[in-house]
Design a binder for this molecule. Sequence first.
Ligand SMILES: [Ca+2]
Ligand SMILES: [Cu+2]
Length: 391
Amino acid sequence: MRKKSAAQKPPPASRTSAIGWLIACIVGIAAAVAYSRYKPSLAAPEVALAGPVNAGVSSASPFAPTVPNKTLAPTPAPEGMVWVPGGEFSMGSDAASESLCGLPGVTRDALPIHRVYVNGFWMDTTEVMNEQFEKFVTATGYITVAEQKPTKEEFPTAPPENLVAGSTVFTTTPQPVKLDNYFQWWNYVPGADWRHPTGPASDLKGREKFPVVQIAYEDAAAYATWAGKRLPTEAEWEFAARGGVAGKLYAWGDELKPNGKFQANIYEGRFPVESGDTGEDGFKGIAPVAQFPPNAYGLYDMAGNVWEWVSDWYRADTYARLTLAGGVARNPQGPDSPYDPAEPTEKKRVHRGGSFLCTDQYCTRYMVGTRGKGEVRTASDHVGFRCVKSI
Ligand SMILES: [Ca+2]
Ligand SMILES: [Cu+2]
């Protein structure tokens, strides 16, 4: 179910009423989440997650070389897209990485490293920007999930007064906190939506070229269809991010800061404290697209800035299942149904790339083979998307 939901009309600009709503909503969300945790799971049994953590890529590397297809890029290139040749590669990550900015604990969901083949495809060079999403909304009248009032059907246990449109917003804490409960820095904010990314008082002025955020999965998919494109599969996304090179830790190589230079908009400083984000990489918070060098395929921001929806359902054991099946997985589309052992009843799809909130203190999922996940109707101010197109 949608954990956090957003407003066709911003609520009254009174601070006290906004805060009142906020507190009520957090309680509502927590109750809904707690309820869902105790419902029995109908999902298929989980396959044991095997494989070494922190095995390192230099000695006895589980990564074999990438074999890109030799077919030339078709012409002409669609505007704003580059050709990713596809081919065979080793997918996954054996780097220890904390769970998705959300649920603490080292996970092994990016293991084992396994062999995958994907066909060539076109991919957007950048995450979809606000000015692009605006064109879509103007042309179609589309209303995002965060702008819709949550219904009793979706949140049966929530009091009716809590059913108000809004979305999830990162909020700093006044003091350092234990990083064991993400409700400390994720708040449900009434009136937060793509036009008001951090709440009713925020807008898109000067943010035309920032990635659009507060986008649920179905919003991203609707945009892609309108644009004559689609969302990438997780395998396509990772093939593209790796840029034809095998087994690197990051989309640009093995060093976080080659020659002392940051290659992505992530988070430096104490997380998630007020003024904790030092912006050493050039940006505190979200950045416009394409502010760092592109990878070998000409793709910008395949790490950091905002997470990107991909089309696969999330299962923690997807790679274990593919490995059991053996051989090379050809154009994998993901499992038939979702299963996250941490929240078994939530329907989640995969997120890739990490965000401006990823930090080595908490979540290092700007590493190229690591995986994120998100409940499909939950939007936030650090998740966006980009599209691909087959020939
Ligand atoms: Ca930053
Ligand atoms: Cu992260």
